[in-house]
Design a protein around this ligand. Structure first.
Ligand code: SF4
Length: 73
């Protein structure tokens, strides 16, 4: 299972990918990245649906601060 987590402490609030993968990423306070984990905002890790894994990896590749972490468990 692919999992993703974010680090709001190092996020620079660019947030372009939120519209690309809205099922996974959203914005928290001050436009800092958060994960869309059901009804709650969370830093994760959360499971990534298989059909969204490539999009999440792409988002990680674009993140200038390394705030998105993708892992395999
Ligand atoms: S791309 Fe990275 S630094 Fe920019 S908003 Fe997303 S997580 Fe934060």
């Amino acid at each position: 299972m692919t999992r993703v987590s974010v680090d709001p402490e190092i996020c620079q609030a660019a947030a372009f990918y939120v519209g690309t993968v809205p099922a996974v990423f959203t914005l928290g306070p001050d436009s800092i990245v958060a994960l869309n984990a059901g009804q709650r905002l969370d830093a994760g890790p959360i499971d990534v649906p298989p059909e969204l894994v490539e999009l999440v990896r792409t988002a990680r590749g674009y993140c200038p601060s390394g705030a998105i972490e993708v892992s395999e468990e």
